[in-house]
Design a protein around this ligand. Structure first.
Ligand code: ADP
Ligand code: MG
Length: 356
């Protein structure tokens, strides 16, 4: 397994990139630990596949270097980098049996046949295809084929890293959950460095120790699920993680006081910014509560979601979401307070303040 260093990586698909928007990857400069389980999370088109293909060697970056354990592999092929990659859609050898598909990467590396047999059988169990070992892959359904692709990625235990690019897209929801748990278990057991691309926050947050959030060709935050929830470094992380996402409202700050429209509040730990600056204030719906004294809101709608309810309201002419437990009474003239410890302050979309 390997520690992966992304050294000032930039990538443009076009020949003569001029502006930042010509880059599919703007600047990625990070180090990913050996044996970590990383999820690359972001909306469609933000550069996840581009970054993954640069790590695997399918794509050469326009700028920057990739290092595995400190060794420059930028010029090396996928095979020389010793990486297993599982794609969004199945890649299997149709004319081979399920068994031979799984055995292929091992036989290719001259693993003794007894060992091949042991590992293939174990993998067949994991992907739940033991009963189909002798079938030709051709006749299988798309999700069975995708399980073979996953199995082929996981069957080797000598890889530097395993990369997954939205691998569960074609898998049915129940099996998705099962396979994700299996991946997590295999990660614990073998300690592979795993990078798992998804646009689904639940998938990312349940799979990974560290979630890498991408937005418009940049990594905007790498953090544990709790860090992403509590201290989103960028307003995009606030919107994208959480359901509903963080409330972000334009405000002005002056010393400890923040004004939002005609209302104002005092901050506990105000970041030191010059006088009367335009900022954005971020507060998650979970950290707003109804109170006798507080900011006036107008309620538009209440959605019951089991033991909690989402209150959709209007505050200073803008929508705001509040999450309350089901037994909370919504007053006739509702007022709210923000938990002061949970307020985040943003300037130009980036969080400001201690260890921002
Ligand atoms: P994601 O996997 O997050 O959906 P991609 O890495 O596939 O995003 O794409 C990032 C950006 O690069 C998008 O704007 C996409 O249109 C562009 N792009 C991806 N592949 C190519 C390509 N082969 N040629 C030109 N542009 C591409
Ligand atoms: Mg993609």
């Amino acid at each position: 397994m390997a520690r992966i260093t992304l050294d000032h990586i930039r990538h443009a698909y076009g020949a003569n990139p001029v502006s930042e928007s010509d880059y599919a990857l703007r600047e990625v400069d990070h180090e990913w630990n050996d044996g970590g389980a990383y999820a690359l999370l972001g909306p469609s088109g933000c550069g996840k596949t581009t970054l993954l293909n640069i790590i695997s060697g399918l794509l050469q970056p326009s700028h920057g270097r990739i290092l595995f354990d400190g060794r420059d592999v930028t010029e090396l092929s996928t095979q020389a980098r010793n990486i297993a990659q599982v794609f969004q859609f199945p890649v299997v050898y149709d004319t081979m049996t399920v068994y031979d598909n799984l055995a292929f990467p091992l036989r290719n590396r001259h693993v003794p046949e007894a060992e091949v047999d042991r590992r293939v059988r174990e993998m067949l169990e994991i992907i739940d295809l033991s009963g189909m070992a002798k079938r030709k892959a051709q006749r299988l359904t798309a999700d069975q084929k995708q399980k073979i692709s996953l199995g082929r990625g996981l069957v080797r235990n000598d890889v530097n890293a395993i990369l997954f690019d939205e691998p569960l897209t074609v898998i049915d929801p129940h099996m998705k959950w099962v396979l994700r748990s299996q991946l997590k278990r295999l990660h614990k057991q073998f300690g592979f460095t795993m990078v798992y691309v998804t646009h689904d926050q639940t998938e990312a947050l349940t799979f990974a120790d560290k979630v890498v959030v991408m937005y418009e060709g940049q990594i905007v935050q790498i953090g544990t699920p709790a860090e992403l929830f509590e201290k989103p470094r960028h307003t995009f992380v606030g919107y994208f993680i959480g359901s509903p996402g963080m409330n972000v409202m334009p405000a002005r700050i002056s010393g400890n006081r923040v004004s939002i429209g005609s209302e104002s509040i005092e901050l506990d730990n105000a970041p030191r910014i010059g006088g009367d600056e335009r900022i954005e204030l971020g507060i998650r719906p979970e950290f707003i509560r109804f109170a006798r004294e507080g900011l006036k809101v107008k309620i538009n709608r209440i959605e019951d979601i089991g033991r909690r309810k989402i209150v959709r309201a209007e505050f200073e002419g803008r929508p705001i979401a509040i999450v309350a437990s089901e037994d909370v009474e919504i007053p006739a003239e509702p007022r709210i307070v923000f938990d002061p410890a949970r307020i985040n302050v943003y300037a130009d979309s980036w969080r400001v303040g201690e260890e921002a």
